[in-house]
Design a protein around this ligand. Structure first.
Ligand code: AHG
Ligand code: MN
Ligand code: MN
Ligand code: MN
Length: 337
């Protein structure tokens, strides 16, 4: 006798098909793309969970376009995601943190462009702290032009057709949106399926957590310094002082912000004059998720998803989280500009 709980299990595959059936004109291609990402996520999760006993920790010896030393798991995740996307001939090109230029896939006629941060939080791999993968999907314009060009990929975040992340934490979860709210799935390794665990997430309007690397305090703008001091003052009305939480993996910091509320900030600094985080494969996809849950994401002045990219690897400062928290920090930045 199957318990009622078991009978309510909805797998990622079933959920994607159910969602697709709500769109009579849907061709099923985006559904297939999301399933491909789900498959790669399971393979990466298996590798992450035994990283300590297989030779997948440590550096690969190369550096990426950002001058970062590349970890073996960065490359493993990159290869798994790209080969999964190359299987179903619907993605014409992939732009990934770990590849300098665009990766043109076999399917020249594919109508999707996918941005990837294949492994986010690489500095945490060797110390067993949560890491993630991030994806962002665009429709290619003009469609079916056999010449696959990099400039086709330079689209503002508002044109994303889907975005999401995988978080390899105490459990492995996959969160995604196609613009109809955020759905979250938890991997049950005993059956190798992502099971629906939450949907239609709405994040708190205001949160009592701030998340920033305080090591770069000396190079912050005056307004940001004043805002962080504001977070630390006593005020029971606004639940201050806030708690400080910083994991160093953007996916983990954003997932906590999605669930508990608050604000995550990566500002520009002396070391990163344009900010460290990448617009197209970190900030846009995570902003899409946070906005779909009722939150907000800006570069300090402009909505992240309205920034017009000029380069596929460009960086941006980011202030992202509960609407009230982001509005307050923007007031501080403006007041002390
Ligand atoms: P990645 O591992 O994909 O290069 O991303 C690392 C990013 C992001 O995950 C995190 O929020 C940020 O780097 C942490 O940077 P600091 O170590 O400078 O705080
Ligand atoms: Mn990196
Ligand atoms: Mn990253
Ligand atoms: Mn990365």
């Amino acid at each position: 006798m199957v318990s009622t709980k078991e009978s309510r299990l909805v797998t990622l595959e079933e959920y994607i098909i159910q969602s697709q059936n709500r769109f009579p004109g849907a061709t099923g291609e985006l559904s297939q793309l999301l399933r491909d990402i789900g498959l790669a996520a399971k393979i990466i999760s298996r590798e992450v969970n035994k990283a300590g006993i297989t030779n997948i920790l440590g550096y690969d010896g190369s550096t990426n376009v950002h001058g970062e030393s590349v970890k073996k798991l960065d490359l493993f995740a990159d290869q798994q995601l790209i080969s999964a996307l190359d299987r179903s001939l619907i993605t014409c090109m992939v732009i990934s943190e770990e590849n300098d230029g665009v990766v043109k896939l076999g399917s020249k006629g594919g109508k999707y462009i996918v941005y990837l941060d294949p492994l986010d939080g690489s500095s945490n791999i060797d110390v067993n702290v949560s890491i993630g993968s991030i994806f962002s999907v665009y429709m290619r314009e003009p469609r079916f032009d056999p010449a696959v060009r990099e400039e086709d990929a330079l689209q503002a975040g508002v044109r994303q057709v889907a975005a999401g992340y995988v978080l390899y934490g105490s459990s492995t979860i996959l969160a995604y949106t196609t613009g109809l709210g955020v759905s979250i799935f938890t991997l049950d390794p005993s059956i190798g399926e992502f099971i629906l665990s939450d949907r239609g997430i709405k994040m708190p309007e205001h949160g009592a957590i701030y998340s920033i690397n305080e090591g770069s305090y000396n190079s912050w703008d005056e307004g940001l310094k004043k805002y962080i001091k504001y977070c630390q003052e006593e005020d029971s009305e606004t639940n201050r002082p806030y708690s400080a939480r910083y994991i160093g993996s953007m996916v983990a910091d954003i997932h906590r912000t999605l669930i508990k509320g608050g604000i995550f900030i990566y500002p520009h600094s002396k070391r990163y004059p344009k900010g460290k985080l990448r617009l197209m494969y970190e900030c846009n996809p995570l902003s899409f998720i946070i906005e779909q849950a009722g939150g907000m994401a800006t570069d300090g002045q402009t909505r992240i998803m309205e920034l017009q990219p000029k380069a596929i690897h460009e960086q941006t400062p980011i202030y992202i989280g509960s609407k009230k928290n982001v509005q307050t920090v923007m007031e501080f930045l403006e007041e002390h500009a």
